[in-house]
Design a binder for this molecule. Structure first.
Ligand SMILES: Nc1nc2c(ncn2[C@@H]2O[C@H](COP(=O)(O)OP(=O)(O)O)[C@@H](O)[C@H]2O)c(=O)[nH]1
Ligand SMILES: [Mg+2]
Length: 460
């Protein structure tokens, strides 16, 4: 990757639409755009001549043929996303106009951008740090408003501020320790040592606090998987449709209708929950059902909790008992469905003794669904969802770095308290500070950057 190359990409999704946006960034952005763009109207200017943050109207031409009529935004460095000269061309949507505009720019010297390369440049040019760059991807992929709010907080630098503070504290302690290594005759005074220890302990508690957000962060980013299980006809598909607020699964009085596994994401109190409507687990009567059962088993293995649907209008069956026993150890909610009908279901004592979360519902009318949503939220998310919590939600990369930082900071603290050699204390502190620095990208490797940015889409 040559940072002085000018890169280009279609920034909007491929397919037909009203508009498509082509983005160019780099030192030659205006020169290249000049070669393809003909201003139309007396106030319109060539990109090189246009003032920054203006929009020009004109045509994109190639070999003297008009490709499309466009609006062209001129954005001069450094007030741009990449901090490089940037041009954004809005052309007509649809695959062909966007592709031809792109081709015209490529022919005139731009290079096709790699996935995430615009954001990578924004990072390399100091516009955003690494945690903020990741937030850009989170923002694009967020599936609920809560997830979006969390991504926005991270993009605004809320996590970065705290991480930088933590790193500064570690560096300050390191500087103190190193100063004493340089003057081996002087012992650290008890006063100073107490202060250093206190600062380290505070740092470690703060790491613990951040680490506690990992679970919620994961839920908001990736969603949480819930398998809907129960015997045929219990009302699994009806319940899924109610939770989604639309008809997705086929509902039928004929047992065994849902042969394939259906996966859909619903917004449950702001949390993205991926519901999996499974086919029955045992009642295979033919090859297709057998395949359905195999897939159900697979999705069950990946599910983080279970919604077990029971038909409350029927007495308990052997199949119900098997399900109750099978998932006794899993996080689960028992949904007593069909409560509009006379109740004939009696739960076995051994199940009641386990005090599982239980909800009554009618999947025909939707009655009880709101309470079920609350129960789901309470099962996966401890406590209230407060807006301050959204300010920091670490991801698994941050979690890994913080775990390493915590281990070494702990070692350093214990060593300092035990008056061990200061060289050892310093070494651990340096490792801890570097690990914390990885989160915001103060210490990085090409491999790390590649793995982060390759997950982005092209044009971002
Ligand atoms: N009376 C009543 N019928 C229901 C309720 N939920 C589902 N059903 C009916 O039960 C049958 C089986 O439902 P379905 O969702 O396909 O069950 P699945 O096999 O577990 O997916 C259908 O005829 C539904 O209309 C309910 O709450 N009350
Ligand atoms: Mg079904």
């Amino acid at each position: 990757m040559m940072p002085d190359e000018t890169i280009v990409a279609i920034a909007t999704p491929l397919g037909e639409g009203g508009l498509a946006v082509i983005r160019i960034s780099g030192a030659q952005a205006f020169a290249i755009a000049d070669k393809c763009f003909q201003p139309v109207g007396k106030s319109s200017l060539k990109p090189c001549a246009a003032p920054t943050h203006t929009i020009q109207f004109g045509k994109i031409v190639r070999d003297e043929k008009i490709i499309d009529e466009v609006l062209l935004a001129v954005l001069r460095a450094p007030r741009t996303f990449t901090r490089e000269d940037t041009v954004e061309i809005s052309c007509h949507g649809g695959l062909l106009p966007a592709k031809l505009v792109l081709d015209a720019l490529l022919t005139n010297g731009a290079r096709l951008a790699e996935p995430g390369e615009f954001t990578r440049r924004a990072f390399l040019n100091g516009r955003i740090d690494l945690a903020q760059a990741e937030a850009v991807a989170d923002l694009i992929h967020s599936r609920t408003e809560l997830a979006l709010a969390a991504a926005n907080e991270q993009l605004a630098g809320k996590l970065s501020q705290r991480i930088n503070q933590l790193r500064d504290d570690l560096m300050l302690t390191l500087a103190h320790v190193e100063a004493h290594i340089d003057f081996p005759d002087e012992d650290i005074s008890p006063d100073t040592k107490d202060k250093l220890l206190q600062r380290l302990e505070n740092g470690i508690s703060f790491m613990d606090e951040l680490l506690r957000t990992a679970n919620e962060g994961q839920i908001l980013r990736r969603g949480i998987r819930a398998a809907i299980v129960g015997r045929p006809n219990a009302g699994k598909s009806s319940l899924l449709n109610q939770l989604l607020g639309r008809d997705r699964a086929i509902v039928s009085p004929i047992a065994g209708t849902t042969r394939d596994t259906i996966e859909e994401t619903a917004n449950i109190r702001g949390l993205p929950v991926i519901f999996i409507d499974t086919a029955g687990l045992r009642e295979a009567r033919d090859e297709i059902e057998l395949e359905g059962i195999r897939r159900s088993r697979e999705s069950l293995a990946s599910a983080e909790f279970i919604l077990h649907v029971l038909d409350a209008s029927e007495p308990l069956t052997e199949a119900d008992k098997n399900y109750l026993a099978e998932f006794a150890d899993k996080k689960r909610i028992l949904v007593l469905n069909k409560t509009d009908l006379p109740i004939k279901l009696v739960l076995p004592v051994e199940t009641i003794n386990l005090q599982p979360a239980t909800c009554s519902a009618c999947s025909l009318s939707g009655q009880g669904i709101e309470a079920l949503k609350d129960a789901i939220k309470n099962l996966v998310w401890a406590g209230e969802i407060k807006s301050e919590m959204l300010q920091v939600m670490i991801n698994s990369r941050h979690q890994d770095a913080l775990n390493r930082a915590r281990t070494t900071a702990r070692q350093a603290t214990d060593a300092l308290r035990a008056d061990a050699t200061l060289e050892l204390v310093a070494m651990d502190l340096r490792i801890a500070a570097n690990a914390v620095g990885e989160i915001v990208g103060k210490t990085t490797t090409e491999d790390l950057l590649d793995s982060i940015f390759s997950a982005f889409c092209i044009g971002k």
